[in-house]
Design a protein around this ligand. Sequence first.
Ligand code: 6PG
Length: 506
Amino acid sequence: MSDSLCDIGFIGAGVMGKNLILNLADNGYRVCAFDLDHSRLNALLEQDGGERGDAPARVEVCNSYTELLSKVKAPHLIILSVPAGAPVDDVCNKLLDAGLKADDIVVDTGNSLWTHSVERAKRYEGKLIFFTTAVSGGEVGARFGPSLMPSGDPYAWSRIEPVLHAIAAKVDPGSGQPIERFEPGNPVTEGEPCASYIGPIGSGHYVKMVHNGIEYADMQMICEAYHVMRSSLAMSPADIAAVFREWNKGPLNSYLINISAEVLATTDAETEQPLVDVILDRAGQKGTGLWTAVSSLEVGCPAPSIAEAVYARALSTRKVLRTRAAQKLQGPVVEPVEAAGRAEAIAQLHDALYCAKICVYAQGFDLMKLAAREQGWQLNFAEIARIWRAGCIIRAVFLQSISDAYERDTRLSNLLLDDFFARQIAEHQGNWRRAVADATINGIPVPALSSALSYYDAFRTESLPANLLQGQRDFFGAHTFARVDRPEQQKYHVQWSEPGRPVVEI
Ligand code: 6PG
């Protein structure tokens, strides 16, 4: 490595950090890395050595925050890949102690809670420029091209934009498909980068949080389709993998369908059982799906399928209780579908997944829209869908259609009202309803698929039973109600204990 200063200081060389560093190096950036755990820096150097062969070292490592600052060009550009929460502040404070200046930029790439990013930008104002870029795509994405959702100070963005565009996943502008080349030292430089400035601090992590909420629901719904195929269609994991591979050729084409097929087609080397059968059915979570569900409740924007996906993970962890309940609680006897009916049942599940997926995206985009209104962010939804077409976990062919919908109408109030998506659901909803009904009759839980259906039905219902609900509220709490035959701002209350129950204007 030459003696000249590095372009970027990088803190945190865990799985994501190491891969982001190598991605930066592939794209010609000179990076100096620091991690409190020196073994990670050794692993980084080793991987760099293995990948570059005889070429000169592409990354440099150091032993302290002070050394890091001395080895990076000023004003410093420091990228963090440390666990969300207290470690981010810890590193910022250590950098300040080491001499970081007010015009130095610190970029948080972790899965931080968006409100923490807002607080941090305020806390460090005048001391450093706190910027964030949310990263999606797991370790392979980090190494060869993630989807990036940057937000914060516009000056910081102008400095970091070329860096993020270089390392981001790319999409072929003609086909809208990801350009995937997973070759160390040979980064994808052509195509449209999946990195766009989202807006003021907090907005990028909010968008990433909703991405993860959608991810939770998408994963859960695939698992529900698997569960039905496994239970009432009595299909093997390998058979289901074949179905998913088939689905991956059509509108459901996505990374998550693809990896689900991979998991189902894998055999456990030790037991020679399908791998999925030796994996314990307790789902973990790091919290971003939960944050999305909580935010949807706070904003008052329904995202029931995302919330159901979080609940499904929670219920899965109660394995001991479920095992007891399985012995005690009665359900219907699962009616196996005859071989002749299998293709039809699979087609129904396909359409159920497709329609429910449209509803989940409708929920997620609606949530972003309402949150943006509350926060005063100008989110570009066509662009958000565009940067999710490659690199991220929810990447799917389908995202091009979402981007197109928001291009057609930038003020679209809900994705379900777009003509294309309205038509898709109109055409496929019969199968969706049958799939949910059959699963319900057979006692197979499909919480995300069915909640998406209820969302769709509630959304398209002009008169909901909320009138009775308002009556109930007024009965026990004098909470008042508006009348259909008077201006909505006029409120009424019934004197329930009076004879004739007179209605009085409040
Ligand atoms: C991504 C993923 C990733 C995710 C973690 C943890 O976009 O790359 O969403 O950021 O947060 O893999 O996910 P869990 O909450 O399922 O543990």
